[in-house]
Ligand binder design. Sequence first.
Ligand SMILES: *[C@@H]1O[C@H](CO)[C@@H](O)[C@H](O)[C@H]1NC(C)=O
Ligand SMILES: *[C@@H]1O[C@H](CO)[C@@H](O)[C@H](O)[C@H]1NC(C)=O
Ligand SMILES: *[C@@H]1O[C@H](CO)[C@@H](O)[C@H](O)[C@H]1NC(C)=O
Ligand SMILES: *[C@@H]1O[C@H](CO)[C@@H](O)[C@H](O)[C@H]1NC(C)=O
Ligand SMILES: *[C@@H]1O[C@H](CO)[C@@H](O)[C@H](O)[C@H]1NC(C)=O
Length: 463
Amino acid sequence: MDKYQNRTMDLRDVLRTIRMKAKYALFLGFVVVLVIIEKENKIISKVSDKLNLKQMPLNLFELNSTDSNAEYTDNSSLASLNKLDSDFLKFGNRLLNVTLQFGGNTQLFEENQKAPHRQILLMATTRTGSSFVGEFFNQHENIFYLFEPLWHIERTVSFDPTGANAVSSAIVYRDVLQQLFLCDLHILEHFISPTPENHLTRFMFRRGSSKVLCEDPVCTPIVKKAFEKYHCKNRRCGPLNIALAVEACLNKKHMAVKAVRIRQLEFLRTLVEDPRLDLKIIQLVRDPRAVLASRMVAFSGKYESWKKWALEGAAPIPEDEVQKLKGNCESIRTSAELGLRQPEWLRGRYMLIRYEDIARSPLEKAKEMYRFAGIPITPQVVEWINKNTQASQESNGIYSTQKNSSEQFEKWRFSIPFKLAQVVQDVCTPAMNLFGYKLASDLETLTNRSISLLEERVNFWVT
Ligand SMILES: *[C@@H]1O[C@H](CO)[C@@H](O)[C@H](O)[C@H]1NC(C)=O
Ligand SMILES: *[C@@H]1O[C@H](CO)[C@@H](O)[C@H](O)[C@H]1NC(C)=O
Ligand SMILES: *[C@@H]1O[C@H](CO)[C@@H](O)[C@H](O)[C@H]1NC(C)=O
Ligand SMILES: *[C@@H]1O[C@H](CO)[C@@H](O)[C@H](O)[C@H]1NC(C)=O
Ligand SMILES: *[C@@H]1O[C@H](CO)[C@@H](O)[C@H](O)[C@H]1NC(C)=O
């Protein structure tokens, strides 16, 4: 039992490094953790007693306990444990791993998997055009697309501000993402606030940005009018039924998730190596000067001191904010370097793409991304891209997605004060060099349209 004891100790350590707020703290409080560990021990000993993998429920995310399989209704089975607490799934995964090491074979799980055939993660940071690029996948008839589901986790879980911070958040994000890719959307219920009742919620972040969540059968008729912050765009629906969403997810051939909260590619290794998944990661990057210019518009209040310093010569920008910018650039660069190095585990699973290239040739780049993902692009996707990237005179400027994208992508050069462009260049040089964003030595270069700040990087991006 020593081996397993250690494993549960690991788990406890992980949980301890994570500080939960409010409800989640109650939910995963120390007592609960002990109970979980106790349960896990019990299950492990049961499994090891029997050592009969065939009797184990194969779909750990299956939540329907009325399944005809007799093992499912067994109180002590993993499935009923899941029913007790679907958040337990995270630990279920590790348990699965333990069982596999115990002599199981992964084929069992592959044969019986109901999860989507292929998963796409659009890994980006804010203001890199990821909502726009995410639409390329949202518009596909056979892709279940989720827009920023990790938002709920960031809102609910507060991470220790000391060193464990980055690691613990990355672990939670990764584990939740893993469940989502298996269509276990129930995992989100623990993080959505207020907590869904009977799997119903009106607070699914940006539901309207996910086509499937706004179509039949997930879009149920409205029973009574009620406030819905993230309502569907083209029609009104009843509250989101997460169980229906899970079903819709399982009925689609593929799945795509856009996420701006995954910072380190290396943390995704567990997902890449998960035999139940077939993950393709697309990292989207953009010129950090353009990102800053865009953030200064979108989150104007946060950048008051930056503007005052650049335009009025007021007090310098606080050092920690500059360091944060540097940290962002560095984590993007580190991930991209790892991806481009093509370690064995990432081979064929990583693609780097620049927003600027997409803006200049959206359709061509969309086709490249689909080719990389191994999914055929459909006329519906092509039509959406054509409609939303070549703005005609009449529709100009009405919708933010409808714009002449090859005209738009360099606008930042005329809006950012040169001093701020310089700050970015100073701290982000290594990232800019890697991605082919040329430094501007003076204001004239920055604002001269005939000088390109973009190095061509043909065929360097797909691995
Ligand atoms: C559970 O399974 C039963 C029988 O297969 C089915 O009739 C029922 O609709 C399922 N319920 C859910 C919530 O999936
Ligand atoms: C578990 O088993 C006990 C006794 O066999 C039974 O009373 C109880 O209802 C079962 N619980 C569930 C959730 O099936
Ligand atoms: C499963 O076990 C392998 C080998 O010990 C380990 O490398 C991997 O990270 C484990 N995966 C999970 C999900 O714990
Ligand atoms: C979009 O902008 C580019 C660059 O200015 C221009 O060449 C192209 O003709 C424009 N397309 C449309 C449809 O306006
Ligand atoms: C812009 O750059 C081009 C090419 O270097 C140069 O010929 C031109 O004079 C510049 N225009 C301005 C207004 O500086």
